[in-house]
Design a binder for this molecule. Structure first.
Ligand code: FAD
Length: 391
């Protein structure tokens, strides 16, 4: 079952194996049947639909590209296709999933010991345990690699954590939050598995967001929170290890941007064919068609870039600057696509009921998280010139 208007103009789906195509359609049908009918309602309420988690789990797509630990052992192209399918209906749902499957499971997959992977990855894969990822702080966002204020200090077999984390998706209900903190002794960044309900760990929901309203983001206050050495990510020894996780998930955010643009484009095409002015569908007007063509051109450029990006990931060749360039390009182009979608819908473009207003707002969050457009540009600029322009 396919929706009538599909933004996959160059048929990237044909590059998928029959098994991957089946996964794609399974996710598409799930998003259309289970999520689209409730997406605007939960976005408006600014609440995450908890009842969706067991149904989402039946798709068996968490940790899709990871090897072992009960994961489906697909690849990063498949992960990207899933990000498109989710975001083209609801960017919040794809963010919830990206935080769980990418940032949280990915931190354990890339930085955990064998025992930690065995304990967490299978149940997170089945979505019986949900993850969050706490890196950003109230005072330090872009400069987190240098200025992290949350501290950890070893005390025998435990560590004592203090500080605050801001914007942490899923943290209001997550079973485990990966918390990054700077060791007061060796000054290196370390990662911790903080279990739900740990004394001294207090997540508080951030209210009144104007984007990704369905995702529950938290401000977490961490006060003399004791974490055992066995819950310190054993392979995370400096910020370089945190950066490995971010390289992987930034690629996912580029794909997510494509999904956001595609959702807006598809809604706009449908609307333009139905809406009549001067006695004709507005789709018959040349200036409207020009908007649709520019949207589709951007969308196609983004999709094909992302496809190559994940081929590099699958080949183990992806560089930081390649992930950053894709994130910069896709988040910029997505802003352009969603604003044109809103424009061709006239006044109705700002009404939630037509979906596009939600995509316009959500594109703003994509633009800023996982490294802002500026920070990712500086990563690419450094690779081009050899000069770091961060400070
Ligand atoms: P700032 O760092 O204060 O930046 C403000 C502006 O200054 C930006 O435009 C930035 O590009 C610019 N700037 C900063 N430094 C430079 C420079 N050297 N040169 C030029 N310009 C510069 N974080 C998590 O850890 N976990 C999450 O789950 C998570 N989810 C999020 C969800 C949402 C909806 C949002 C909005 C954010 C989320 N974040 C999360 C945080 C996100 O990663 C940060 O917002 C982002 O890194 C930017 O940090 P900041 O908001 O503190 O902006």
């Amino acid at each position: 079952k396919l929706p009538p208007i599909d933004g996959d103009f160059y048929d990237l789906s044909l590059k998928l194996t029959p098994e991957q195509r089946e996964i794609q359609l399974k996710v598409r049908n799930f998003m259309e049947d289970e999520v689209r009918p409730i997406a605007n309602e939960y976005w408006k309420k600014a609440e995450f639909p908890q009842q969706i988690i067991p149904k989402l789990a039946t798709l068996n797509i968490a940790g899709i590209a990871y090897k072992g630990y009960g994961c489906p052992e697909q690849n990063f192209v498949m992960e990207g296709i899933i990000a498109i399918e989710m975001a083209r209906v609801d960017v919040s749902m794809s963010t919830f999933f990206g935080v769980h499957s990418g940032l949280a499971m990915g931190s354990i997959y890339l930085c955990g010991s064998e025992e930690q992977k065995l304990e967490w990855l299978p149940k997170m894969q089945r979505m019986e345990a949900i993850g969050a990822f706490g890196l950003t702080e109230p005072n330090v966002g872009s400069a987190i690699s240098q200025g992290m204020e949350t501290t950890c200090q070893r005390d025998g077999d435990t560590w004592i954590l203090n500080g605050q984390k801001k914007w942490i998706g899923n943290a209001t209900f997550a079973d485990v939050t990966i918390v990054w903190a700077k060791d007061v002794d060796d000054k290196q960044v370390k990662g911790f598995l903080v279990r739900k309900g740990t004394p001294g760990f207090s997540p508080e929901k951030i209210e009144d967001k104007m984007a990704l309203r369905t995702v529950e983001n938290a401000l977490i206050t961490i006060t003399d929170c004791r974490i055992s050495e066995s819950d310190r990510l054993q392979e995370a020894n400096s910020f370089k290890d945190t950066a490995k996780v971010l390289k992987m998930t930034r690629a996912g955010v580029a794909w997510q941007a494509v999904g956001c643009a595609r959702g807006a484009y598809e809604s706009a095409v449908k609307y333009c064919k139905k809406r009549e002015q001067f006695g004709k569908p507005i789709a018959t007007f040349q200036l409207i068609q020009n908007h649709l063509v520019e949207m589709l051109a951007n969308l196609t450029a983004m999709q094909t870039l992302c496809y190559r990006l994940s081929e590099l990931q699958d080949e183990g060749l992806l560089k930081d600057e390649q992930a950053s360039l894709a994130k910069v390009f896709c988040s910029m182009r997505t802003r352009d696509v969603v604003s044109r979608a809103r424009e061709v819908m006239g006044g109705n473009g700002i009404l939630l009921e037509h979906d596009v207003a939600r995509f316009v707002a959500d594109a703003e969050a994509i633009y800023s998280y996982e490294g802002t457009k500026e920070i990712n540009s500086l990563i690419v600029g450094r690779a081009i010139t050899g000069y770091s322009a961060f400070v």
